[in-house]
Structures are given as C-alpha cells and as structure tokens.
Write a protein that binds this ligand. Structure first.
Ligand SMILES: Cc1ncc(COP(=O)(O)O)c(C=O)c1O
Length: 465
C-alpha cells in the first residue's frame, strides 16, 4: 500500500550530497547500535499502524494527507544535515531555498516585493500577522467570522488584542451586512477574511470586505491557510474565483503548505504586502547573524530555530510542481473540487440524506435525513462510526442547522445546531474513488437505519438540484 520505490532515489541523492563534503578528513558515520535501532524502528512501525490510513482514498475525513514523495524525500535528505533556518549560520543553503520558495508563493498571489517566511504552521503564521496588525492599530478590535478558525480568538487572547466574531450567512461565509453594521460602530483595526473555512471550505466575500475597507479604513488579513492554493484552480464558481483574485489587495496573507501544498507538517507561511513590517521584528542576537550581512530569516520571524528541512521539501516540491495555472499541481486541486461536487450531487439526489450548501472548495457537509435535528445528529455519529468500521473514514462537525436544506426534508428544527457528516476530499484520487466512497457511505447509512436503534424515517425527499 505505502509507496517504497522512492527509497532508492533517496539513497542516490544521499550519495550526491555526501560527495559535496568529500574534501573533509574522514570522520566515521555513527552506525552504533544498528541492531537496536532496527529493533526499535520495527516497534515504531507497529505503533504507527494504530493511525487511520491518511494516505488512502478511503480516508476522506479531516484535513490530512501524506506529503508528496518529493517533499518526503527532500525533507529526509535534509535531515542528514539538519539545517536550522533561524540564521544563515545554521541554514545557509536552506535559507536561500526558503526565500525562493516563499517568493514563488507570493508570486502566486500576485505579489512581487513583500516580506514573508515559513512558520511551524497556520497558527504561528496567523499569530505573526495579527501581532503586526495589533502593532499597527493599537487598542483596536480584530474581527473574524464566527466560522473563522478558533485560532484567531485564541491568538488575540495571547496577544491581548480585542476580538469579536461576525455572524455568518447561509453558506458559512462572513455576513457582509453584519460586518458593515459592526464597522459602523467604529474601533475596528483589522478584518480577517477566511479564504476557505476549516469546517466547510467557505470563502469570505473578500471583494465586499475590500469595498468596506475603502469606507471604514481597516487592515485586511487573509487567512488562506486551507484554501490559498485554490487561486490556481480553474473550476471555482465565478464568485469564489473573484474573491481569490482580490487576495493581492490584502495587507497580509497566511497559507499552509502543510495543508494543500503537499508538505509534511511543520510548514506554514506568512506574507506581508509591505516589507516595512520587518521593523516590528527588529532585534539583535548575540549568538548568531555573524556569518553574513545578508538577511537572516530569524530577523523577520518570531520563531528562532526552524527546520531548514521544511524549506528544502517545499523548494523541491515547487520545482517539480510549479505553482502555475493549468499545471499539474493545479490539476490536482481541480480534481479535489470535482470529487466534492460529485459527492454533493449524489447526496442531494438521495432521499436518505440532506445536503448542506454546495461546496465552495473541496469540503462537503451533509446530514442523514431524520425527523428531528436531534435524531439527525445521533444518526450522523452512528454513520460516522459504522463507516469507519467499513474502512471509510469521514468526519463529523457541529454546525448551525440552517446550513442544511431542511426544507427538502421533514426534519423538525428542535435544535439550532446539528452534528453533520463532513468530508474533506483533498486527495486528487478521491475523484476516481467516489463510487467506492459512495457505496460504503450508503451501506453504512442503511446498516445504521436497519439496526432500528433510532426512530428516524428518511424524510421522503424529492430529488434536489
Ligand atoms: C483556515 C485555517 N486557519 C488556521 C488554521 C490553523 O493552522 P495549523 O493547524 O497549521 O496551526 C487552520 C487549520 O486547520 C485553518 O483551517
């Protein structure tokens, strides 16, 4: 099941790397305890078998997938050196690779000269963006949609910045009327626009937000941690595509290469349109920054030690799969989106399910048809467990019941929130596997209903569009 042929490529690349240091006097490599290492590694493999199969197309649950082989190999190769991208002292080659890779990401958003670097993930990247935002508008409030990642509120707590949520519309996007009403009351320094929410992949209405910026004057931060790469996708709805096109007008952007960028965990990225944001990071280091007058990445990053290997892996991936429209990388995103539209259509046409709104990216939400919201939530949890026992791994999410097409079912609104099924179809292979995924889903649903544990007749839905 797991791809292993690439190990031979790693061996060859390792020899090439080794040859780069051949002028050094021989120093024995550390082969101590090879037998014990082998034994522990086998035990390690046994422990890792306890994971869900994130690499497999039947894993269609959370935002999880293994990195591209080139990223995995480049990361492993770099481990023989273990560069540290804090300073050029510790990561000379890998810092240059980080600057190049980050510049390519910035170009994807239409930015040339700007400031940016990799981080350990989306949380740290957003923390840096909101930290700068807080310095530029001290005492002012930061707004994000109620569907924004919880990290924004937590970050504001850490940074002691004022934070408020803005209501979402029927498609889980920031409600621009609610935003306008809040802006009219004043005191807002920054609005976070989420370009692909965690739960549903909804894209906040950036063109409207930018229009409001003209009137009310605030900073716009785009949290594109999940959705950012979809700027390259050709099969977005026109409304979504025009929101992505306006990302270049934001003041800062976060994107996570460790989500849709095919990278191992530990790879987020923050970008500031104004390179002058670097002044907030200014500090001296008595330990480093000696080897060169050139920019050390630690001078523009809150984290000190950072894995140079993450930059090496990203650089190699972008070399193989350039961030361009109509390229192979973009085709992968398009396939994910097609898989999501396919699943949504199947759900909408089947009386056993209630669809959520149409997916904006590649995340689908849906619920089992039931007499009440409470029964529907219980059914979702049972189907989730039963599907897992049939090797189909979905996710559940708790969301406002109004996100679901309940008018198409007999479902009574006894609760405002509903536990639904959720599927993140972020592997291009999901498209080809949709028949298998659907069969396992329907069989799981039928099995749960037949078990009779719930009084949940399907709502007799007409076929939906
Ligand atoms: C939109 C969004 N922002 C931020 C984050 C946090 O990123 P990380 O988990 O890399 O810290 C996530 C994670 O799912 C996300 O989806």
């Amino acid at each position: 099941m797991l791809e292993k042929d690439s190990l031979e490529v790693l061996q060859r690349a390792l020899e090439r790397l080794d040859a780069g240091f051949e002028r050094l006097p021989a120093a024995a490599g550390d082969s101590r305890g090879a037998d014990r290492i082998a034994q522990v590694l086998v035990e390690t493999a046994d422990r890792l078998r306890e994971n869900y199969p994130y690499f497999h197309p039947l894993y269609a649950g959370q935002m999880l997938k293994p990195p591209h082989p080139v990223a995995r190999l480049a990361y492993a190769l770099a481990q023989w050196i273990n560069p540290n991208n804090h300073a050029l002292d510790g990561g000379r080659a890998s810092s240059a690779m980080e600057k190049e890779a980050v510049a390519e990401i910035a170009r994807m958003f239409g930015w040339g000269e700007c400031l940016g670097h990799l981080t350990s993930g989306g949380t740290m990247a957003n923390l840096e963006a909101l930290w700068v935002a807080g310095q530029l508008a001290p005492g002012k409030t930061i707004l994000a949609s109620e569907q924004a990642h919880y990290t924004h509120q937590r970050i504001c707590g850490v940074l002691q910045l004022k934070f408020e949520s803005v209501a979402s519309d029927e498609r889980a996007r920031m409600d621009s009327n609610a935003l306008k009403a809040r802006l009219s009351r004043g005191d807002v320094g920054t609005v976070v626009a989420t370009m692909g929410t965690t739960a549903t992949g909804s894209v906040d209405p950036l063109p409207e937000i930018l229009q409001l910026r003209e009137r009310f004057g605030f900073r716009v931060h785009c949290d594109a941690a999940y959705g950012g790469y979809f700027i390259l996708s050709e099969n977005l709805r026109p409304e979504t595509a025009s929101a992505f096109r306006r990302i270049s007008d934001a003041d800062s952007i976060v994107i996570d290469p460790h989500k849709h960028g095919l990278q191992p965990y530990g790879c987020g990225c923050v970008l500031f349109r104004d390179p002058g944001a670097g002044r907030f990071y200014k500090h001296d280091s008595p330990y480093t920054y000696f080897s060169s007058q050139e920019l050390h990445l630690g001078e523009i990053s809150l984290e000190c030690s950072r894995p140079g290997a993450a930059a090496v892996a990203l650089w190699a991936t972008q070399k193989l799969l350039p961030l361009e429209r109509n390229g192979e990388f973009a085709a992968g995103l398009q396939a994910c989106r097609e898989a999501a539209l396919d699943l949504h259509q199947r759900v909408a046409k089947d009386s056993r399910f209630v669809p959520g709104f149409m997916p904006e990216l590649d995340i689908v939400i849906f619920a089992p048809a039931a007499a009440t919201v409470t029964a529907c939530s219980a059914l979702s949890r049972r189907i989730f467990e039963t599907a897992a026992s049939r090797d189909l791994h979905l996710a559940v999410a708790e969301l406002p019941a109004r996100y679901f097409a309940r008018s198409k079912s007999a479902m009574g609104g006894d609760e405002p929130r509903l536990t639904c099924l959720r599927s993140v179809l972020m592997k291009p292979e999901h498209k080809e596997w949709m028949d298998r995924i659907w069969t396992a889903l329907v069989e799981s649903s039928d099995e749960v209903r037949k078990s009779g544990a719930f009084d949940v007749e399907p709502g007799g839905l007409p076929s939906a569009t």
